[in-house]
Design a protein around this ligand. Structure first.
Ligand code: NAD
Length: 245
């Protein structure tokens, strides 16, 4: 019997990552749900995924830390025995601040969490994709807007991620591995609370051409498309899921 394809999603205990785990499970993928701190919430997402008849496991790891990334992928080997798709989703947004007030520790935390993690996880995933595979990076519309006066560190981290997508797509194309990005904008998740403004999406939604904020499931659908065979001739590309922003 043919085994299910396997997807690893980083930072998948809530928000876009959690919705993506459920989306892949619904489409017959075995899912590895990485989380940093919220084990209870990760386990609930895994239970939901199992409801679709697939295997779902949770693995704790801070993906900004190289040693923990190595442990995460060793666990993927033990639990699943292979890897077909990696979703680099984990990310953080710190409270609004102009550059003149930003210290190196905040900037480094944002860059290592949002970009270094994607480099490290991609490197480990590629080693486990001898017959090809797919990587989707969760970037942001902020990579294009720059988020001046509030989240310039976050925006720059996503800009770097976009360049990683372009370069890595070319680097691993000969291995049959595709690398693409989604660029969400103003999605209803708890990230905005962490970023210092619980109601950010509500405040700004009327400015979007579609006149509303997005749901995590709408981002998950684009991630799934890019990862799937439906996008077999697409690599080094970007899909904006941002209501026209
Ligand atoms: P979220 O805060 O709900 O999810 C982020 C997840 O990443 C959390 O579960 C968090 O615990 C996890 N995480 C953070 N640091 C980690 C680490 N070091 N190791 C492992 N996990 C870690 O927010 P979200 O909106 O679901 O964000 C998912 C992705 O989407 C992020 O990369 C974010 O930048 C991106 N994004 C979100 C929006 C939006 O409007 N919500 C817009 C553009 C891009």
């Amino acid at each position: 019997m043919k085994s299910n394809p396997v997807v690893l999603i980083t930072g998948a205990s809530r928000g876009i990552g959690a919705a993506t785990a459920i989306y892949f499970a619904r489409h017959g993928y075995d899912v590895c749900i990485n989380y940093k701190t919220n084990q209870h919430s990760a386990e609930k997402i895994a239970e939901q995924a199992r409801g679709f008849g697939v295997k779902a496991e949770i693995v704790q790891a801070d993906v900004s830390d190289e040693t923990q990334v190595l442990t995460l992928f060793t666990k993927v080997d033990e639990l699943f025995g292979k890897l077909d798709v990696l979703i680099n989703n984990a990310g953080i947004l710190k409270p609004q601040m102009p550059l003149l007030e930003m210290g190196a520790s905040r900037i480094n935390e944002v860059l290592t969490t949002n970009v270094t993690s994607a480099f490290l996880c991609a490197r480990e995933a590629i080693k486990r994709m001898p017959s090809g595979g797919s990587i989707v990076n969760v970037s942001s519309a902020a990579a294009k807007t720059g988020s001046p006066n509030e989240y310039i560190d976050y925006a720059a981290s996503k800009g770097a991620m976009d360049t990683l997508t372009i370069g890595l797509a070319k680097e691993v194309a000969k291995l049959g591995i595709r690398v693409n990005s989604v660029r969400p904008g103003l999605i209803y998740t708890d990230m905005h609370r962490d970023g210092g403004e619980v109601n950010r999406v509500e405040r700004l939604k009327d400015k979007l051409p579609l006149g509303r904020g997005g749901q995590p499931e709408e981002v998950a659908a684009a991630i799934y498309f890019l990862a799937s065979e439906q996008a077999s001739f697409t690599t080094g590309s970007f899909v904006d899921v941002a209501g026209g922003l």
